[in-house]
Unconditional design. Structure first.
Ligand code: ATP
Ligand code: LTN
Length: 333
C-alpha cells in the first residue's frame, strides 16, 4: 500500500448486531470511495460493543462476519487498513488520558448516552457513559482529518473536536482536529415499521433490513413498510416520513433524484413503489451477501488481513501515544 502523506480517515462500527441497510447507506457505502484521496483506517469497534450486555461467542463470531461484510461492501484490504479495535491497546490507553481532559458536563449532554441509558436501565455502566472518550481516542490516535459517519454520530465527533482542542490548548499542536463527513442523502435511514426511529442493528425487527437478508426477506420487509394514507409518492420529510425514507433508500440504490422518483411513480400506488424499492435494495445487497458468504469460508485470509491491519494501525497509534505520554509528563528513561 502507498502510505504517501495523504490526509487520514478513521471510522468504525461496533459489532453489536447484524449490519443493516442503515449502516451501509449511512457509513460503509461512503467509505468505499475515499481511498484514492485518503489513507483510510476502518475498525471493528469491539471495545465499544461491550457497553451493552452481550454473548462473548456471538461477539467473536460477529467480528469476523463484520470484517467479511466490510470487504464484501467494497473495502479493498490492499487499499484500506482494516483492523480490530481491541488488537490495538493504544486506543484504551489514550482514552484514559483523554478522560482526564473531558468534563462530566460534556458527557452529560450526549444524546446517545441518554437514549441507550433509557433503553437499558438495568445496565447503565460507566463504559456507556465514557463511550465518547474512547471514540475520541479512536479518532485522535490516528490524527484523522475526516470521520465518515451517519448523522447520529455527529455529536460524538463534536465532543472529540472539543477534547482535542482543549488538549492542544494546553500542550501545543498534538492532535489533528477532525471533521465529520456526513452524507447529504441517507445520513439517517429510518426503520421500515416505525419511520420515527432510526433503523438500528441492535433492535432487530421487521423494520431493519439486514445486509445478510435473503431477497425474499428483503421483499417482504418492504412490502410491509409503513407509509401513509395519501397514496402519492412525494418527498416531504416532515409529513410523509415513511415515503420519504423509502425514496431516500431508492435514490441511494438507483442514483435517481427525488424529482425523477416522483415522476416515475406519479399516479402509481404505494404497492408498486414499495416493490420497486425492494427490488433496488435486493440488487444492491445481493452481491454483497454472496461475497461475504464466500469470504467467510476463508478464515485464513481474513486472519491475515487482521494481522496486517493490526500491524499498520499499531504503528501509527503507537507514535501518537508516545507523543501524548511525553507531553503529559510520564517519565521515560
Ligand atoms: P446500535 O443499534 O448497536 O447502536 P446502530 O445500528 O445504530 O447500532 P452503529 O454501529 O451505531 O449502528 O453505526 C454504525 C455507523 O452507521 C455509524 O456511522 C452510524 O452513524 C451509521 N448508521 C447506523 N444506523 C444508521 C441509519 N439508520 N442511517 C444512517 N446511518 C446509520
Ligand atoms: N460510535 C460509533 C462507532 C465508533 C466510531 C468510532 C465511529 C466507535 N469509534 C470512531 C467513527 C469513529 C457508532 O457507530 N455507533
Amino acid at each position: 500500500m502507498d502510505h504517501a502523506k495523504k490526509p487520514r480517515i478513521l471510522s468504525g462500527i461496533k459489532p453489536t448486531g447484524e449490519l443493516t441497510l442503515g449502516s451501509y447507506i449511512g457509513a460503509i457505502k461512503n467509505w468505499v470511495k475515499l481511498y484514492d484521496d485518503y489513507e483510510c483506517f476502518y475498525m471493528l469497534a469491539d471495545l465499544h460493543a461491550i457497553t451493552v450486555r452481550h454473548d462473548p461467542s456471538v461477539l467473536r463470531k460477529r467480528t469476523l462476519e463484520q470484517l467479511a461484510q466490510y470487504i464484501a461492501c467494497g473495502l479493498d484490504p490492499e487499499k484500506n487498513v482494516l483492523f480490530i479495535q481491541s488488537r490495538v491497546p493504544a486506543h484504551a490507553e489514550l482514552a484514559w488520558v483523554l478522560s482526564c481532559y473531558t468534563m462530566m458536563g460534556e458527557l452529560n449532554r450526549m444524546t446517545q448516552f441518554k437514549d441507550k441509558a433509557s433503553k437499558q436501565s438495568d445496565n447503565i455502566n460507566a463504559g456507556l457513559y465514557t463511550y465518547p472518550v474512547l471514540m475520541a481516542a479512536d479518532i485522535l490516535i490516528y490524527q484523522a482529518d475526516l470521520v465518515p459517519v451517519g448523522d447520529d454520530q455527529k455529536q460524538h465527533v463534536e465532543i472529540c473536536r472539543d477534547i482535542a482542542g482543549r488538549f492542544n490548548g494546553i500542550y501545543g499542536d498534538v492532535f489533528t482536529i477532525p471533521e465529520p463527513y456526513i452524507p447529504e442523502v441517507g445520513a439517517r435511514i429510518m426503520s421500515l415499521d416505525d419511520p420515527e426511529s432510526k433503523m438500528s442493528k441492535s433492535e432487530e425487527s421487521g423494520g431493519s433490513v439486514l445486509l445478510m437478508d435473503t431477497p425474499e426477506i428483503i421483499m417482504s420487509k418492504f412490502k410491509r413498510a409503513v407509509t401513509d394514507s395519501e397514496a402519492s409518492v412525494r418527498y416531504d420529510a416532515e409529513n410523509k416520513k415513511g415515503i420519504s425514507n423509502l425514496m431516500t433508500v431508492y435514490s441511494v440504490c438507483t442514483g435517481k433524484s427525488f424529482i425523477e422518483i416522483e415522476n416515475e411513480f406519479e399516479g402509481k400506488g404505494y404497492g408498486i413503489f414499495k416493490k420497486a424499492v425492494g427490488e433496488a435494495v435486493v440488487e444492491t445487497l445481493c452481491p454483497i451477501r454472496e461475497e461475504a458468504l464466500r469470504l467467510l469460508k476463508d478464515k485464513a485470509y481474513l486472519d491475515e488481513i487482521i494481522a496486517k491491519g493490526t500491524e499498520r494501525a499499531s504503528y501509527i497509534a503507537g507514535r501518537t501515544l508516545s507523543k501524548v505520554y511525553k507531553k503529559v509528563g510520564f517519565y521515560r528513561a
